[in-house]
Write a protein that binds this ligand. Structure first.
Ligand SMILES: [Zn+2]
Length: 149
């Protein structure tokens, strides 16, 4: 395949890092691309577009500190809930849970909600932050409610 940019080079398949910006966050992902050895132009092979899209979504999740699709699935299963029960527990639509577990990007507020309602350590950190913001002392006595591993 000839380069559509310079028309001279023959595009070669190689693994390379590509730069992306999603929702204002810049990051790079490594994946298979077509590169022109003449001008350096890069393109994503048509047969790898959906795979590349998944890589970009995962890269964004990592850069933005969001749970991965697998982590959301694992969080739900750790509570022993099916998708409908989990959706009701979170107060969101079942379709949202299905989409997230298939790889659709959750927004930051949904990510927070999932963590708060599935991760005791995150909920504990949140409690401490709420107390701090309210200007109230934090008690760390051993009798406090704790969720043991
Ligand atoms: Zn070229």
């Amino acid at each position: 395949m000839k380069c559509i940019e310079c028309g001279k080079g023959r595009m070669l398949r190689k693994t390379a890092r590509t730069s992306h910006e999603v929702r204002g966050i810049k990051f790079e992902v490594e994946g298979k691309v077509l590169v022109c050895p003449q001008c350096g132009f890069q393109a994503i092979p048509a047969d790898l577009l959906s795979e590349h899209g998944r890589l970009v979504d995962e890269g964004y999740r990592e850069a933005a500190g969001l749970l991965s699709a697998d982590e959301i699935l694992a969080a739900r299963k750790s509570l022993g809930l099916n998708q409908l029960e989990f959706a009701k527990y979170l107060g969101v639509g079942e379709a949202s849970v299905k989409r997230w577990e298939l790889g659709a990007l959750q927004d930051k507020s949904s990510d927070d909600l999932i963590r708060l309602k599935t991760d005791p350590a995150y909920a504990q950190k949140n409690l401490e932050e709420v107390c701090r913001r309210l200007g109230r002392p934090i008690s760390k006595v051993p009798q406090q409610v704790e969720c043991l591993a």
